[in-house]
Design a protein around this ligand. Sequence first.
Ligand SMILES: *Cc1c(COP(=O)(O)O)cnc(C)c1O
Length: 366
Amino acid sequence: MDIYEKYGLKPVINADGKMTILGVSQVSDQVAAAQKQGAQNFFEMAELTVQTGRYLADLIGSEDALIVNSASAGIAQVLAGIIGRGNAYHVTHPYTTQITQREVIMPLGHDVDYGAPVDVMLAVAGAQPVLAGYANRCTAEQLAMQITPQTVAILYIKSHHTVQKSMLTIADALQVAHDHHLPLVLDAAAEGDLRRYLQLGVDVVIYSGAKAISGPASGLVLGRQTYVEWARQQNYGIGRAMKIGKENILGLVAAVEQYLTTGPESGASMKARLAPFIAELQTLPNVQVEMVQDGAGRDIFRASVRIAEAAKICQALRQGRPAIYPREYRVNEGLIEFDIRALTSAEMTQIVERLRTIIEEESTCN
Ligand SMILES: *Cc1c(COP(=O)(O)O)cnc(C)c1O
């Protein structure tokens, strides 16, 4: 029986991006096959965790690696590990008052809600957030100013969710961290380059397995051996509440292998696929359509449609069947964006036709 019918769910056309609210991404047959192998066999799980980490570390060029159940779990386990420094008592008593060095500094403009607040992951880790700079600006000096004897790490969030203007770069933050003998932890959840930040010298980099990598629900922690080991120990403490299954561990390994061989869709390919979609969108009445690059500078291109009543139109798109989810971050500016990474050309045509119907209904109502 059709899964949508069975549960009374609406099919979804995802023009939003790698969004958790829609199930993030689709896995390839190769990844699904690895998940099946994982699901239908037993393993010595501690060994599976260590050996898949070692395998991925070699493949990517990291000292070590750890597969966790999400980037969020990665943030929590890594920071808890840095607070506990491998202390066995801390693993099972993560919030012990015996440990008082718990401050993690991040730029105020990075204190975002990516679907859940970064703050919550710090709280789970037992970290005390210390914010640096201002909502619109953070310099290396402002970051350094917040360092105290209680500081254990600096956290940098590389994301379109964060404030982009007047922000120190990753290299700047790294310099501050290393000048003060602190590790720099980078949340690169939705980033696509698995090597770049390690090569820069970042101590720990955290990715979301289902975003750019298009793996199953999972997270990937890369970086220095000590920090990865400390994070791994957390599997016997806070990490148990965020346990990943063997099927998704093996699924993520297959997804990384495939990702490193074929890579994500290039910006050039997206532009080529966007051209006919944009031409179709331009046939709609009273719209201005253009191609825009990702706000965080990733090699991702989208169609941006300026239209009256943008929020209302998005709502109508979502409420139809199938539900069409555009990208709505700029709706308050009257812009609807369409991310085509998960779209077929037939779905693009469906989107244009639905928009035409909605616009016509709007104009007859008025
Ligand atoms: C998506 C995202 C996360 C969380 O990733 P999960 O794997 O869903 O936990 C964390 N940080 C940023 C910046 C994100 O975009």
